[in-house]
Design a protein around this ligand. Structure first.
Ligand code: SF4
Length: 422
């Protein structure tokens, strides 16, 4: 019989779910943990996050902090020790119980568990690991588990965490060293990146041993991620994108998440309360990230030092194409796949379809439309007989204006404001 007091638990849940909602690194995609006989849950069906808080954050998982008590005082965080806010802490058993109850009721597909740092890093990490361990071994929970790694936690605890969790994440929070020094002087980038290095090494070691011994344990099968807050300090998009690129290359991260800073705390180091959340910027950063991961773009191509912020009026691929007209128009009948992929309005699937279809047909704009291309954008960058010749005479600025005025974009009326997510 459970000895848990559900009334008290509800109070804690209100505080600790609310405190967790600003962490956006909670996508549950990427795991293929299958159900096993007699076990409960199946992370392979979880898919991506599917519900959102009012401010657009995804909360499809049971997304909570173990505690919002914290010995640190990071300016941008509602859990910081100097913030006068209601505090709470779950016991390990309470988180296990809640997860199982919610899962059985079909409210959630998994658990996203982070925490403030109480006492010290190992003390906190030990408890996060214990939750995951009890869920897997005692409760036979087979749903998705995402654990936050605590900077400064021992390698042994990170190893244990990876044995039970589908995904681990280490948040870098503020993208520049100077920004972090200003807003969280007790932390530094090296300390925050250390868990990424440990987790990467373990992933490689365990992959190697699984090649030799099939029975070797899995280790964080959905990989590791990180999150950056944008707009809390004065970082440029160039710095953000360069850091993400570094993370992908050095630590093999699966994803970097970008979280537009939500001003809730009064602090002269931060944007004032009421400053709009930079949602369009956040969206552009995700698009830029996508270009690095799936379109073969280097960080240096997406944002250039003489213009270190992304263009809020058009997506980064269109912005790159407008800046680099020397690569256009592309003859889609003969150009290599990589060049076709760089045409605005043509995605990975469409580029592949073009490569197949052009063996048999002369590809027209009509064909492109049927293949799923955004022809309203693509048509300015494709060699079609005679139609685009007049554009060659336009200056860069006039070309940009011409393309934007002929391109429908959902951002046209909301360039500097909050996006509607629904
Ligand atoms: S260590 Fe984490 S929980 Fe604590 S104040 Fe900093 S960001 Fe918030």
């Amino acid at each position: 019989m459970s000895s848990i007091n559900y009334e008290r638990l509800q109070g804690k849940l209100n505080i600790l779910a609310d405190a967790a909602k600003y962490d956006v690194s909670c996508s549950s995609s990427g795991s293929n943990r299958k159900n096993q006989g007699g076990a409960l849950g199946d992370a392979s069906k979880s898919g991506i996050c599917h519900s959102y808080t009012e401010d657009g954050r995804c909360v499809s998982l049971l997304k909570i902090l173990l505690t919002n008590h914290c010995i640190y005082d990071c300016a941008y965080c509602t859990s910081r020790r100097s913030n006068d806010t209601p505090r709470a802490a779950f016991t390990v058993e309470e988180v296990v119980e809640l997860t199982m109850q919610f899962y059985r009721r079909n409210y959630i597909e998994g658990l996203f568990l982070s925490s403030g740092i109480f006492k010290d890093a190992d003390h906190t990490m030990e408890r996060l690991v214990e939750v995951a361990k009890l869920l897997r071994t005692r409760e036979r929970f087979n749903g998705y588990i995402h654990l936050k790694t605590i900077p400064g936690a021992s390698k042994e605890l990170l190893y244990q965490a990876g044995l039970y969790a589908d995904r681990l994440s280490a948040n870098i929070e503020i993208p520049t060293k100077s920004g972090l020094a200003l807003l969280a002087p007790e932390k530094d980038h090296a300390q925050l990146q250390a868990p990424m290095q440990t987790v990467k090494e373990e992933i490689i070691t365990i992959k190697e041993s699984r090649k030799k011994h099939k029975s070797a344990p899995k280790f964080t099968p959905a990989g590791q991620t990180s999150q950056m807050i944008v707009g809390a300090s004065n970082e440029t998009d160039l710095q953000v994108i360069q850091l993400s690129s570094h993370f992908y290359q050095k630590y093999n991260l699966k994803r970097v998440y970008y979280s537009g800073y939500v001003p809730m705390l009064s602090d002269s180091r931060l944007p004032a309360i009421g400053t709009p959340v930079p949602m369009v910027r956040e969206n552009r950063l995700y698009q830029a990230d996508w270009l690095m991961r799936f379109y073969g773009f280097g960080a240096h191509e997406i944002v250039e030092p003489d213009q270190p912020f992304l263009d809020l009026e058009c997506d980064p691929k269109l912005a790159w194409a407008i800046r680099h007209r020397e690569h256009f128009p592309v003859n889609i009948q003969h150009a290599p796949y990589e060049s076709i992929l760089r045409i605005p309005g043509i995605g990975v699937k469409t580029a592949k379809k073009i490569i197949k279809a052009r063996k048999f047909n002369q590809i027209t704009l009509e064909h492109l439309k049927k293949m799923g291309a955004a022809v309203n954008r693509a048509k300015f960058f494709i060699a079609t007989t005679g139609k685009n010749e007049h554009l060659a005479h336009l200056t860069k600025d006039n070309f940009r204006q011409f393309v934007l005025s002929h391109t429908q974009t959902k951002f046209n009326d909301q360039r500097n404001g909050q996006l509607s997510l629904f």
